[in-house]
Design a protein around this ligand. Structure first.
Ligand code: PHE
Ligand code: FE
Length: 303
């Protein structure tokens, strides 16, 4: 699930939510069968043999790329998703996840309004889209599907520090809604949860779900000489635009999940105010811009 910004009150009334960043098309998915909090049954029996086959091929393609590119915490937990040859049942994953970190997986029909999304995260419930892309979308799907949501996001929910970060993000999102700061906060989600890199003793590794579920960006993000990689800096990050339809031009690099958790623990109320002021004076930072004197991380040599 990617953070989405919309103008809805966050309660499902059976129609697709309004979102921006997703183009003119309404989100796919049947919102009539979802509950008020946008969760729905996975209806596992409705997947076809072709759906399971799509999942199996996506999983196999990503799994073989992980060594040397994905962070160790992700690799250690990816098996918790269960059988790689069919779409897992969400309840089975929750049975393993709940004792590990207190999180559970809940089904959703697709993108949901941000307030509903924040409320679920704050309750340690991770919303997973229940449909899978069509074979023609094997390499690229516009909206997050069950493969992106499960493979990309769920393994790190088995990590206690990252799991706490995700809950804090949800609570912070509810607060940001009241402060009209969702756009600034969504940059944090984008550049960490979706496209974050981590610096390890063995070199750069990916931990962001958008990278880990992408066939091409996984290697690109860690090894491409052309991409910018700068150290995590909350206020700089909140001023930074991002790209939604190409590989990221800039990645933010953390040193540890503890660092990420601690850097985002302070009350954001004054931080939003300061960032807004700075944007008013100096503007936002375009994707791919490196500031004067900003240290860059070197790409890993191809492994
Ligand atoms: N500390 C943030 C606040 O007070 C909440 C938050 C935590 C947001 C972690 C994102 C990630 O608003
Ligand atoms: Fe996502």
């Amino acid at each position: 699930m990617c953070a989405q910004v919309d103008f809805h009150d966050g309660v499902n009334k059976g129609v697709a939510p309004v979102t921006y960043g997703a183009g003119d098309r309404p989100p796919r998915g049947d919102y009539a069968r979802a509950n008020a909090d946008y969760t729905c049954d996975q209806q596992w029996h409705r997947y076809t043999a072709a759906d399971h086959e799509t999942y199996r091929r996506l999983y196999a393609r990503q799994l073989q790329q992980l060594p040397g590119l994905a962070c160790d915490e992700f690799i250690a937990a990816v098996n918790e998703l269960g059988t790689p040859d069919r779409i897992p049942r969400f309840e089975e994953i929750s049975e393993r996840l709940m004792p590990a970190t207190g999180w559970q997986i809940v089904g959703v029909p697709g993108l949901i309004p941000e307030e509903a999304f924040f409320a679920l995260l704050a309750a340690r419930k991770f919303p997973v889209t229940d449909w899978i892309r069509k074979p023609a979308e094997f390499d690229y799907v516009v909206e997050p599907d069950v493969f992106h949501d499960l493979f990309g996001h769920v393994p790190l929910l088995f990590n206690p520090v990252f799991a706490d970060y995700m809950q804090a993000y949800g609570a912070g999102g509810l607060k940001a809604s009241r402060l009209d700061a969702c756009e600034l906060l969504s940059r944090l989600y984008w550049y960490t949860v979706e496209f974050g890199l981590i610096n390890t003793p063995k070199g750069l590794r990916a931990y962001g779900a958008g990278i880990l579920s992408s066939a091409g960006e996984l290697r690109h993000s860690v090894t491409a000489p052309g991409a910018q990689r700068v150290g995590f800096d909350l206020k700089r990050l909140m001023r930074s635009r991002y790209k939604i339809d190409t590989y990221q031009a800039t990645y933010f690099v953390i040193d540890s999940f503890d660092q990420l958790f601690e850097a985002t623990a302070p009350d954001f109320t004054p931080i939003y105010a300061e960032v807004r002021e700075r944007i008013a004076r100096e503007g936002e930072i375009d994707a791919g811009t490196v500031l004067p004197h900003e240290r860059q991380y070197r790409a890993n040599t191809v492994s």
